[in-house]
Ligand binder design. Structure first.
Ligand SMILES: NC(=O)c1ccc[n+]([C@@H]2O[C@H](COP(=O)([O-])OP(=O)(O)OC[C@H]3O[C@@H](n4cnc5c(N)ncnc54)[C@H](OP(=O)(O)O)[C@@H]3O)[C@@H](O)[C@H]2O)c1
Length: 254
């Protein structure tokens, strides 16, 4: 699908079949970006593409491809192929992620391992592939979807909060490594966003819609911020307080 309107830029989003990734795709299509959307479910991505075309008559190109970020060796070839199809890429958003509730020592380590494989290893491999693409092209912008849970270990979500703490630190180091290569790195830390990532998201405190979150996230991306918390209130305050409160007190409110 193409129009005569001048494109704003070209972006690839992982985990674009639902939630934040889908909402970002819609928001970026509205702003005139050409898009490459990836996730495991190709049929759902085709539906997202159809929704974008129906909603936004002057939307630019939308390409879709299947990618399982748990198969980390497949990430670079898929992203490179998609970049070639788009005729280059300016922004790569490492958004794909999963969560799981698990109590340590309850014969469910496979679940924790999967969370780390998708969120941390898959996220790092996506960023690594993006950096390789941008080193070759002379520059670009990498965006990593972390979480406010990066600030503390969360009971029942030990693997998830560890995956996000690891991903945030990785992105911070990569930002420093790539600062003289014309490659920007933005870390996004969402609070509670109403998506399908786990049941009962709509009832979480301070929850906002994926559409509202996507608007704030795209604004931060376009401003090329290093790091952003979405929504800022109350999470910017909570993330500051949580690091100075006694651990036993934090554990009580989890
Ligand atoms: N919602 C929140 O409150 C919240 C808060 C903090 C951080 N985040 C982060 O935001 C990101 C998006 O989450 P969401 O809330 O939008 O959840 P979501 O609606 O469940 O979307 C997750 C996306 O990731 C994709 N995905 C899952 N496993 C994948 C894999 N192995 N390979 C490729 N794609 C995979 C899913 O697509 P397929 O199933 O089609 O593969 C889907 O498109 C995640 O990194 C999450 O940790 C969310």
């Amino acid at each position: 699908m193409t129009t005569n309107k001048k494109p704003t830029g070209k972006a690839i989003i992982t985990g674009a079949s639902s939630g934040i990734g889908k909402a970002l795709a819609v928001e970026m299509a509205k702003k005139g970006y050409q898009l490459g959307l990836v996730a495991r479910r190709l049929d759902v991505l085709e539906q997202v593409k159809a929704e974008i075309i129906a909603q936004i008559p002057d939307a630019q190109t939308v390409e879709v491809a299947t990618l399982d970020v748990a198969q980390d060796e497949t990430i670079y070839p898929v992203l490179e192929q998609l970049s070639n199809t788009l005729g280059g890429v300016d922004i790569i958003i490492a958004n794909a992620g999963v969560t799981a509730i698990n109590r340590t020592g309850t014969d469910n380590f496979a679940s924790d391992k999967h969370v780390i494989q998708v969120n941390l290893i898959g996220g790092m491999a996506t960023v690594d592939a993006a950096a390789k693409i941008f080193r070759a092209s002379g520059g670009g912008h990498i965006v990593g979807m972390s979480s406010v849970s990066a600030w503390t270990g969360i009971a029942g979500s030990s693997a998830y909060s560890s995956s996000k703490a690891g991903f945030s630190n990785y992105l911070k180091a990569v930002r420093a490594e790539l600062s003289n290569k014309n490659i920007q790195v933005t870390t996004i830390h969402p609070g509670f966003i109403n998506t399908d990532i786990s049941t009962g998201m709509s009832k979480k405190p301070f929850v906002i819609s994926a559409e509202k979150a996507a608007k704030e996230m795209l604004s931060a991306i376009q401003k090329k911020k290093d790091s952003v918390i979405v929504p800022s209130f109350p999470w910017s305050i909570i993330t500051k307080i949580i690091t100075v409160l006694p651990e036993k007190l934090v554990a009580k409110v989890q």
